[in-house]
Design a protein around this ligand. Sequence first.
Ligand SMILES: [Zn+2]
Length: 341
Amino acid sequence: MGSDLERYARQMILPFIGEDGQRRLLAGRVAVIGCGALGTVIANSLVRAGVGFTRIVDRDFVELNNLQRQILFDEADVEQRLPKAIAAARKLAVANSSVEIEPIVADANYANIEGFIRDVDVVLDGTDNFETRYLINDACVKLGKPWVYGGVLATYGLTMTIVPGVTPCLRCVFPEAPPPGTTPTCDTAGVLGMAVSVVASLQSAEALKLLVKSGEVNRGMLWVDVWESTFDRLSAVRPEQGCPACSEGRFDFLVGSAGAVATSLCGRNAIQITVPTTRKVSFPLLAERLQNAGKVSYNEFMLRLQVDGFEITVFPDARAIIKGTTDESVAKTMYAKYIGV
Ligand SMILES: [Zn+2]
C-alpha cells in the first residue's frame, strides 16, 4: 500500500473497494449541489473517503440556526458570515489535503447547471427545493450523468438513485412539482439532524458505488423515518405515457426566463432574487453608491446593506438575499430600489 493510500486503509479492507476501488475513487469527480444539511454530510463523507474532486455549489451563507444539523459549520463561520461553500471547503481541506475541493458560491440555475455537472461522474442533491431538483434531473438526464436525489423533512427522508438510460428519473416518479405553499417545509415542519445524517449517508454510499463501479445501485426509492425507526422501499417506474425528460428528451427546466426571479428561502424569512447577467458586481462601487441609504459593509464574498428593517446581502453574481420579508414583490421592489437590475 502506498503511503498516499494509508489514510484509506480501513475502507480498502472492504473486498468491494480494495486498492483498485480506492484508486477509482481518487480518480472520481462529484458535484454536490447545495451545501446545507444534506450537502455538508455528503461532502464530508466523500472528501474523507478520498473522492478525487468535489465541487461544492451553494448560494447561501452560514447562520446560527444552521449549526444544529449542518455539520461542517461552526460559530466562527456565523460570525464571519462566510458563504457555505467557502466554509465547507476550508473545513474539508484540513480533513483531507490530498484531494481537490472546488467551492462555488452561486445559485444553481438553468443557465449554469450544465457547467457544474458536465465534467463530473456523479451529482449529489443537497438542495432543499423541488425547483432545483428538477433542474438537476433535466441536466443529468440530458448529459447522461447519474445523480442521487435526497430530501428530508421533520423525522423522515427519501432517497433515490437516478442513472439515465437505466432507471426511471425524478420526473417519472414526480411528474410535476407540488404548487408552492402546498407542502410542508423545514420552515413549517422542522427537521431533525439525525434524519438528515441517515439520508445523506445513504446518498454518499450510492455515490461511492457508482464511482467504484461495483455495479448495483439502489433501485427504487428508500424511505426512512428515524423517529418511527422504519425503513421502506418503494418502487419507481416510468409512467406508461412516457416521461417528458427521459422518454421524450424535453428538458422544460433548462429553459429559463429572462426577468428577475424571486425564490422563497426555506426557514429564513427571506427571499432570493436572481437576475440573468454575466457581469460581476463591484462591491466598492456599490458600497459608495449605497453609503447614504443605510448601513453598508462588505468583504470579498458579499456586500450587506441594512435598511428599514431589511437586510440585503448582494453576491458578486448580482444575486441578492433580502431578509425581513416573505413577500416576493416586496423583495423585488427592494432589489430594484437599491441594487438595480
Ligand atoms: Zn423520466
